[in-house]
Design a protein around this ligand. Structure first.
Ligand code: ADP
Length: 480
């Protein structure tokens, strides 16, 4: 069932278009592989057309007042709230996550539009005290230009609004390429942008399953001034290289390898609750999911026992069904990755406490798994699991665990549980991560800066800092 107001067409320059050669690709429900829709499979020609449209639209959009852009973003936000249930339903259909989580994502996604509708009015410059009496020094913030956004399937709505809302608020125009797994949620957002009155060419959506071709056009086009990408580290590095030839400003939100540390002074029940929230959300398919769970030796057994008990309460199934808490993995490739990591871990001495295999009844489901005796030698400690597997390590000292936690090229999110305030400061400062959850497993909000250190990325999304990614600072030196 597809919402009537969502057209299965790409959205360029305010028009709903097919591919020039009429080719399409299909979108399937990851729960039962049913066909949900067919969308145009665009290529280089249509991508260039979208960039041209964004270029023309930039002329007017960038010169409008902040309050004009703010009002349109607010209308877009209001429509997302009005249609939240339908958007959530569609999201579950094409992505698989439980409806409650999908609704949460829609509200979270919309909250970026609300936030940046407000921030649009606050892109202040400065007047800087001049070192010479005959000069005045002023800074202005101006929109950077056309923005290319490339987004993943794990948050088919929120990863889009988190980029598009600040870009539009700043006065930029956008060409978006959503994931080929979940293009319909992107088209739904475009339909609502059209309804809100956001002018033609300001927000364009290219549906394609030729990601590398379209990615190359966007990242090498001289008129595109900024690329914002969320996805795998490998693709992020490639896009960074491709952007070098035209020296684009780049924001990257890439993979993570989140440590989740439970110290022996922690509130264990709270830590279990946080581990469930952080580990099993979206069936473990988020870049901030706990990837390595380190538990101090004294509380290890208690934590593992309570975590396993809580896991047994989870219900797998169709995300549209009431009470389901864990949906499918996105596809067979994701399943094979989890199976490979599990086989390697078991080979190197890990032990399965619960789960540990594909679900027998449902396709694309991996059983929620608790794995103990994990060690840094296992691939599971180096790669993002992206599945519902909790790998548990034990440690003795704070020094040991902070060193272990930092032994990775990634630096997105980290979590730890402790009630000792000195330790809280020490560990928070020692962890080389952009986001630290302390005594909580849920860290995402539009008001805080989201982003990673090291190979997890460049730049921050959300918060007062998020809009800066789409602005240039211009300095005026005025002789008087
Ligand atoms: P994942 O493995 O989680 O799907 P990807 O990095 O492959 O992560 O995908 C994230 C986004 O990047 C998707 O929109 C995908 O289509 C896009 N993508 C994949 N490969 C390329 C590429 N070579 N150039 C540009 N975009 C790409």
């Amino acid at each position: 069932m597809l919402l009537e107001w969502i057209k299965q067409k790409s959205y360029i320059n305010g028009q709903w278009l097919d591919a020039a050669d009429r080719s399409v690709f299909s979108v399937h429900n990851p729960f039962n592989q049913e066909l949900i829709g067919n969308v145009p499979n665009l290529g280089a020609v249509e991508t260039l057309q979208a960039v041209d449209a964004a270029h023309v639209a930039f002329e007017d959009w960038s010169k409008q007042t902040a309050s004009y852009r703010s009002n349109l973003l607010r209308k877009w936000y209001d429509l997302q709230i009005t249609h939240a249930d339908e958007l959530a339903h569609l999201l579950t259909l094409e992505q698989g996550k439980p409806l409650k989580e999908a609704k949460g994502e829609i509200l979270y996604g919309a909250s970026f539009v609300e936030w940046f509708a407000e921030e649009a009015k606050r892109t202040y410059g400065d007047v800087i005290p001049s070192p010479s009496a005959d000069k005045r020094i002023i800074t202005l913030k101006q929109p950077i230009g056309i923005v290319a956004a490339i987004t993943p399937w794990n948050f088919p709505n929120a990863m889009i609004t988190r980029k598009v809302a600040p870009a539009l608020a700043a006065g930029c125009t956008v060409v978006l390429k959503p994931s080929e797994e979940t293009p319909l949620s992107a088209l739904a957002l475009a339909a609502l942008a059209e309804q809100a009155g956001i002018p033609a060419g300001v927000f364009n959506v290219i549906t394609t399953n030729q990601a590398s071709l379209v990615g190359r056009v966007l990242s090498s086009h001289p008129l595109v001034k900024k690329l914002s990408f969320t996805g795998s580290t490998a693709v992020g590095k490639l896009l960074l290289q491709q952007c070098a030839s035209t020296v684009k400003k780049v924001s990257l939100e890439l993979g993570g390898n989140a440590p989740f540390i439970v110290f022996d002074d922690a509130d264990i029940d709270l830590a279990v609750e946080g581990a469930i929230a952080s580990k099993y959300r979206n069936a473990g398919q988020t870049c901030v999911c706990a990837n390595r769970i380190f538990v101090q030796a004294k509380v290890h057994d208690a934590f593992v026992e309570r975590l396993s008990d809580a896991m047994k309460q989870q219900k797998l199934g169709n995300g549209l069904e009431e009470g389901v808490t864990i949906g499918p993995l996105i596809n067979e490739k994701a399943m094979q990755k989890v199976e490979r990591l599990m086989a390697d871990a078991l080979d190197k001495g890990a032990r399965v406490l619960i789960g540990g295999k594909r679900h027998e009844q449902f396709n694309n489901f991996y059983e929620p798994t608790v794995l103990t005796h994990a060690t840094p030698k296992m691939s599971i400690s180096e790669e993002e699991i992206f599945g519902p597997v909790a790998a548990i390590y034990t440690f003795q000292t704070e020094q040991e665990v902070t060193a272990l936690a930092n032994t990775t090229p990634y630096g997105l999110a980290a979590y730890f549980y402790s009630r000792d305030i000195s330790r809280v400061w020490r560990v928070a400062e020692a962890l080389e991560y952009g986001i630290i959850g302390i005594n909580t497993g849920l860290i995402s909000t539009p008001v805080a800066p989201f982003g990673g250190m090291k190979e997890s990325g460049i730049g921050r999304e959300g918060s007062k800092y998020g809009i800066e990614e789409y602005l240039e600072i211009k300095y005026l030196c005025l002789g008087i």
